[in-house]
Design a protein around this ligand. Structure first.
Ligand code: ADP
Length: 592
C-alpha cells in the first residue's frame, strides 16, 4: 500500500537533493572552466599570440631590410637608428591594430664597413611577458658580418584583445550553461512541487474518504443497534414459524451488513495509515488450531474435511498481532470453505528455510488450500483490490463484499509480510501468507479464552444513559427482560445527578451526548465517590476502535460494549464487570 505521508517526505528530500546536485553541478562547471581557462586556454593563447607576433614582425622586417640597407649606405648608422626608433609603427593589416609600436636598430658601428646586408630571420629571439620583442640580426651582404640588430617591439594589445574576446566568449557560454542549469533546476523543482501537491491532495482525499467512511460506519451502527436490538427482543416473543423465518432473515441480513461496515472501517483505517499493530507474545500454532476448530462447524455443514497441518519446528512463542493474524486466517479459511463445494480445506503452517532479514526473526508461511472452484487466471490480477470479486455472479451466489482479501493483504503487508495465491479453476486454490516474526522466550499474552458461559445475574438496578430514545428503549427492554430494574436518563448531566442520589449496581453510559459526554460524566461520577461507593460504569458506543476502548478505561470506566450488541454480549460484559467489581471490593476489605 502506498503511504502518502512517506511519499511526501521522499519528495521533499528528493527536491532538496536535487537542489544540492544542481549547486554542485554549477560549482563543478565553474571550477572546470576556470581550470580550463588558466591551465589550458590562456597559455595556449599566449603562445599563439607570440608566434603570430613573431611571424608578423619577421615578415615586416623583410620590407624593412631593404630600406635599412639602402639607408645605411647614405646615412650614419646612428642617424638611421634614431630615425627608426621614432618613426616605426606597424599596423596589423587584419585588425588595423597597432602591432609593432617601436623599432630600435642597434647597430654594430664597427661592422658597418661594407655595403649591403641582410636580415637573418631565423635567428631572431623573443622575450618579454605581455609584450613581444623580436630581435632580427642584420648581417652584411658582402662579408656576412653582423652589422647590428633590428629590435621590434610588438604590442601586447593584440594579445589582450584576443584574450578578452576569448574570455568574453567563455564567460557568456558558461553563463548560458548556468542559466540553462538554473532553468532545468527550476523546471524539475516545479515538477516536484506539483507531484508533492498532488500527493498531498491525494493523501487529503484518502483521509477525507476514510474519515467519511469511519463516520458513516459509526452513524450506520447506531440505527443498526435499534434494528438488531428490536429483532433480538422480537426473537424472544411468541412467533409462528413463518414469522420466525422472516425474523431470522432480518437478523442474518443485519449481521452481514455489520460485517461489511466493519470491513469498510478496517480498510479505510489501513488506507489512511491509522492502523496500529500490537506486538505481544502469542502461540501461532495454537492460533492456527483455534481457527480450524472455530471453523469446523461451517466445514461440517458442507461435509468438508478441515485439517490443520502444523510443522513441529514452529517456535512456541512469537511476537506479533495475534488478533489481526486471526482475522486474516478466519477470512482465508472462511473463503476456502465458502468456495469449496466438496473435498477438503487445509491450513498448513511451516517454517521457511530462507535466511531471515534480521537475527531472531523466524520466516514462516501459512498456506490455506482448498479443493474448490478455483479462480480464473485473468481474475487473479484484481483479486486483492477492494470490492473485487472473481466474477459478478459470485456475489449473487455466495454473498460477500469483495473486501476480505484486500484487507488480508494490507494487514499482512503492514506486518511486513505478503499474501499471494495459486489457483487452478475447477481444482482449487492456495493462499500463501508469508511473514517474519520475532521469536521470544517470554510468557504468553493470554489469548482470549473460549467464550465463557453467560452468567446468570441477580436482579440489578441499572442506570441507562443515552441521548437516543431508540437506544435507551433497546437496552432497557433487553435488561427488563432479564429481570433488572432500569432507570433511564437522556444526558450526561442527568446521569451524574441520578448517580449522586441513588445507589446503582451498574451504569451503562453512552459516549456521545449533546450536553456532557460519557467520559466527562464518568469523571464527575468518580468525583462523587468520596461519599458514595464506587459504581461500575460500562461504556456504550458505536465506535469500535481500540483507542476508544483505551480512552474509556483511562477515564475510569470498567467495561465497554459496542453497538449494536447481542443480548448475550450485553449480559456477558455485565457479568464480567460485576465479577471484577466484587473481586476488587473483597480485596479492599482484606486490605483494610
Ligand atoms: P468476499 O467477501 O466477497 O469473499 P474476498 O475479498 O474475501 O471478498 O474475496 C474476493 C473474491 O475472491 C471472492 O468473491 C471470490 O470470487 C474470490 N475468492 C476468494 N477466495 C477464494 C477461494 N478460496 N476460492 C475461489 N475463489 C475465491
Amino acid at each position: 500500500m502506498n503511504n502518502p505521508a512517506s511519499n511526501a517526505l521522499s519528495v521533499g528530500k528528493l527536491q532538496f537533493r536535487l537542489t544540492l546536485l544542481f549547486l554542485l553541478l554549477a560549482a563543478c562547471l565553474t571550477g572546470l572552466l576556470s581550470i580550463y581557462w588558466f591551465k589550458v586556454l590562456e597559455p595556449q593563447l599566449r603562445s599563439e599570440a607570440r608566434a603570430s607576433a613573431a611571424a608578423l614582425a619577421q615578415s615586416q622586417s623583410r620590407n624593412l631590410a631593404n630600406a635599412l640597407l639602402a639607408g645605411l649606405q647614405r646615412h650614419s648608422p646612428q642617424q638611421l637608428a634614431d630615425a627608426m626608433d621614432e618613426v616605426l609603427v606597424l599596423i596589423d593589416p587584419n585588425t588595423r591594430a597597432h602591432f609593432v609600436e617601436g623599432l630600435e636598430v642597434e647597430v654594430n658601428e664597427d661592422a658597418v664597413a661594407g655595403d649591403g646586408g641582410q636580415f637573418d630571420l631565423n635567428r631572431g629571439d623573443i622575450t618579454c611577458g605581455d609584450c613581444f620583442i623580436t630581435k632580427v640580426p642584420l648581417y652584411s651582404h658582402i662579408n656576412h658580418e653582423l652589422l647590428g640588430a633590428a629590435v621590434f617591439h610588438s604590442s601586447s594589445l593584440a594579445f589582450q584583445r584576443l584574450h578578452e574576446q576569448v574570455r568574453t566568449k567563455l564567460i557568456s557560454i558558461s553563463a548560458l550553461v548556468l542559466l540553462m542549469l538554473v532553468f532545468v533546476w527550476y523546471a524539475v523543482t516545479a515538477l516536484f512541487l506539483k507531484v508533492k501537491a498532488s500527493e498531498e491532495a491525494a493523501a487529503a482525499a484518502t483521509r477525507a474518504k476514510s474519515d467519511f467512511l469511519a463516520t458513516m460506519s459509526h452513524e450506520i451502527r447506531t440505527p443498526m443497534n435499534g434494528i438488531l436490538g428490536m429483532t433480538h427482543l422480537l426473537e424472544r416473543s411468541k412467533l409462528d414459524p413463518e414469522q420466525q423465518d422472516r425474523l431470522h432473515t432480518i437478523v442474518t441480513s443485519s449481521e452481514a451488513l455489520l460485517v461489511i461496515l466493519d470491513d469498510i472501517l478496517d480498510l479505510s483505517r489501513i488506507e489512511a495509515g491509522k492502523l496500529t499493530l500490537e506486538a505481544a507474545p502469542f502461540d501461532l500454532a495454537r492460533l492456527a488450531r483455534d481457527v480450524a476448530s472455530l471453523m469446523s462447524g461451517r466445514a461440517q455443514e458442507k461435509a468438508l474435511t478441515l485439517r490443520a497441518d502444523i510443522a513441529v519446528d514452529i517456535p512456541q512463542l512469537l511476537i506479533g498481532d495475534s488478533a489481526r493474524l486471526r482475522q486474516v486466517l478466519l477470512n482465508l479459511v472462511g473463503n476456502a470453505i465458502k468456495f469449496t463445494p466438496q473435498g477438503a480445506v487445509t491450513i498448513r503452517l511451516r517454517r521457511l528455510r530462507q535466511p531471515p532479514s534480521a537475527p531472531g526473526r523466524i520466516p514462516i508461511e501459512l498456506a490455506i488450500s482448498d479443493t474448490g472452484i478455483g479462480i480464473a487466471a485473468e481474475q487473479l490480477a484484481t483479486l486483492f483490490r477492494p470490492f473485487s470479486q472473481a466474477d459478478s455472479g459470485i456475489a449473487r451466489r455466495f454473498g460477500g463484499s469483495g473486501l476480505g482479501l484486500a484487507i488480508c493483504k494490507r494487514l499482512l503487508e503492514a506486518m511486513g509480510g505478503s499474501l499471494r495465491v495459486d489457483s487452478t479453476p475447477g481444482v482449487g486454490s492456495t493462499f500463501y501468507c508469508s511473514l517474519e516474526l520475532l521469536q521470544t522466550d517470554g510468557t504468553r499474552d493470554e489469548t482470549p479464552a473460549p467464550p465463557e458461559a453467560i452468567p446468570r445475574l441477580p436482579p440489578l438496578t441499572i442506570l441507562v444513559t443515552d441521548d437516543q430514545e431508540i437506544n435507551r428503549k433497546v437496552v432497557s427492554s433487553l435488561l427488563a427482560q432479564e429481570g433488572h430494574r432500569v432507570v433511564e436518563v437522556s444526558g450526561g448531566a442527568d446521569a451524574v445527578a441520578a448517580a449522586a442520589q441513588n445507589d446503582f449496581d451498574v451504569v451503562l453510559m453512552d459516549l456521545q451526548m449533546p450536553d456532557i459526554d460519557g467520559l466527562e460524566a464518568t469523571h464527575r461520577i468518580r468525583a462523587l465517590e468520596g461519599y458514595r461507593s464506587r459504581v461500575p460504569i460500562i461504556a456504550l458506543t458505536a465506535n469500535i476502535l481500540n483507542e476508544e476502548r483505551e480512552r474509556c478505561l483511562h477515564a475510569g470506566m470498567d467495561g465497554f460494549i459496542v453497538k449494536p450488541f447481542t443480548p448475550e454480549g450485553l449480559n456477558r460484559e455485565l457479568g464480567r464487570v460485576l465479577a471484577q467489581h466484587r473481586e476488587s471490593q473483597i480485596n479492599d476489605m482484606i486490605a483494610k
